[in-house]
Design a protein around this ligand. Structure first.
Ligand code: ZN
Length: 279
């Protein structure tokens, strides 16, 4: 009897342990790496980091933590498309979702096997360097943050940032000048902003070339259209029309018969010339 109780309590304990382990595993899987924050870092890397290497036909060092191949969510992010504002499509199975968040949840639930295997790099871990707090909440005023800013803390971040960027310099023989130029360029939108003066600056969004062409073509037509429209209105009300005096007298008489014209205020008669108002 005692033996039986001991056996059942053991099985209960082991069941509880398995459940706890499962819960812990699931919690860490779902929350250990924030997708939205990783996205903020990834967008900045695409814009200001990978492009610098591509322009010079180089690749970041394979051991660089920011190397695209080490991004935990790289495969999943490459298999999503925003077709229009409220349609996000999963390329693994073709399902569509109203928002990117719902697609992310779908990736977690259905395609967790599509994470980069063996990668421990969560881009969200670099948020302090890539200023995710500035990009996450779009605000115009950072009055108190600026007042309470500690320059020495940001200096420590800056040193870490510079060490990180140095670890990403391409493999192979680069001249000192080339290394310096690459570090300067990739650091200008990251490490250089880690001080109390520049921390809250947002990068200028360059307008793409096709938008400039579109504006250049459409704007003159739009301006011409506006000018023609206002000229037509002006001409209609104030233009100097030769009036058919006989017809206008008849019209005046017909209006006066019904009492309409006499009731028209004198300033409107003046405004619309001698033409009768058509109601
Ligand atoms: Zn899917």
């Amino acid at each position: 009897m005692v033996f039986g109780q001991d056996k059942s309590s053991r099985s209960w304990i082991s069941l509880i342990c398995v459940l706890l382990l499962h819960c812990i595993e699931e919690t860490t899987c779902n929350t250990h790496c924030s997708r939205p924050l990783s996205r903020i870092v990834r967008n900045q890397l695409t814009e200001h980091f990978y492009s610098v290497f591509q322009d010079r036909n180089h690749e970041p060092h394979s051991k660089c933590p920011l190397h695209a191949s080490r991004d935990l969510y790289r495969i999943q992010e490459g298999n999503k498309t925003q077709e229009y504002a409220a349609k996000w499509v999963c390329h693994f199975c073709g399902k569509a979702f109203f928002s990117e968040h719902h697609l992310d949840v779908h990736f977690d639930n259905k395609h967790s096997d599509k994470l980069v295997k063996g990668s421990t790099v969560c881009l969200a871990d670099f948020c302090d360097i890539f200023r995710c707090d500035v990009f996450e909440v779009q605000r115009k005023d950072y009055f108190w943050e600026k007042k309470l800013c500690k320059e020495d803390k940001l200096m420590v971040r800056k040193r870490r940032c510079e060490a990180l960027m140095r670890s990403c310099l391409p493999q192979g023989n680069l001249s000192v000048g080339e290394e310096f130029e690459i570090l300067e360029t990739i650091g200008s939108n990251t490490c250089s902003l880690l001080n109390c003066k520049d921390y809250w600056k947002r990068p200028h969004n360059d307008i793409s070339a096709w938008k400039i062409v579109l504006y250049a073509v459409v704007s003159p037509f739009f301006c011409m259209g506006l000018i023609v429209y206002y000229y037509a209105i002006w001409d209609y009300y104030y233009g100097d029309y030769p009036l058919d005096t006989k017809r206008s007298r008849e019209e005046e008489e017909s209006f006066s018969t019904f009492g309409n014209y006499r009731s028209t205020p004198s300033h409107l008669r003046k405004r619309y010339g001698e033409r009768p108002l058509m109601y």
